[in-house]
Design a protein around this ligand. Sequence first.
Ligand SMILES: NC(=O)c1ccc[n+]([C@@H]2O[C@H](COP(=O)([O-])OP(=O)(O)OC[C@H]3O[C@@H](n4cnc5c(N)ncnc54)[C@H](OP(=O)(O)O)[C@@H]3O)[C@@H](O)[C@H]2O)c1
Length: 178
Amino acid sequence: MAHLLVIGGTGMLQAAVLNWNEEGHEVTMIARTKESLLRVVKRAVHPDCIHMIQTDYHQLDSFQNQLENLSAPDIIVSWIHSSGKEAIQAMCDLYGTLQKPISFFHIKGSKAHDPRHNYIPKFAENIDYHEVILGFRITEDISRWLTNQEIADGVIQAVKHPQPRCIVGTVWPWSARP
Ligand SMILES: NC(=O)c1ccc[n+]([C@@H]2O[C@H](COP(=O)([O-])OP(=O)(O)OC[C@H]3O[C@@H](n4cnc5c(N)ncnc54)[C@H](OP(=O)(O)O)[C@@H]3O)[C@@H](O)[C@H]2O)c1
């Protein structure tokens, strides 16, 4: 069983966190509010295997301290907005000093399909880096953004079948985005 560290796991990734918990993995969630963290823990099948870290990834010192006090995860699933690039790099720097292999799934918005808008952190060799880009869906000529369930299902599949880049839904044709 793996230890997953999930940043931003109390929002649209909630169903993914609950799925990994149900499969018996240890999951550590990071979010700012106790309310959002507790909401997920209350729905967990194995509440003893789900851990909460209440911190803001914009508060870099506190974010780093919390990670330093945590046993290193096997898998990181990171949904961090573009304002939190420093936190992403800080995670890569911290875990890049270890010998342990760590899979890093970087969840990104649809714009990241364009190299001009794609942020990729620097990472050491022990970090197996994967991008998961959230696109949109086109059904019967109507395009819409993904639902939370579609996002969670896509991320579960991306972690189960790791590829360097996975697109949930589509980003083509870009002009058809909602
Ligand atoms: N392509 C697509 O279709 C697409 C792509 C992206 C988003 N969306 C949609 O947009 C909706 C809103 O997106 P959202 O970005 O608000 O995501 P969200 O997943 O609904 O919520 C953000 C998550 O990150 C945590 N968080 C936010 N800021 C944080 C910070 N500074 N430090 C630590 N944790 C933080 C939040 O918990 P706390 O509030 O407790 O901190 C929560 O767990 C989603 O529900 C989704 O449906 C769609």
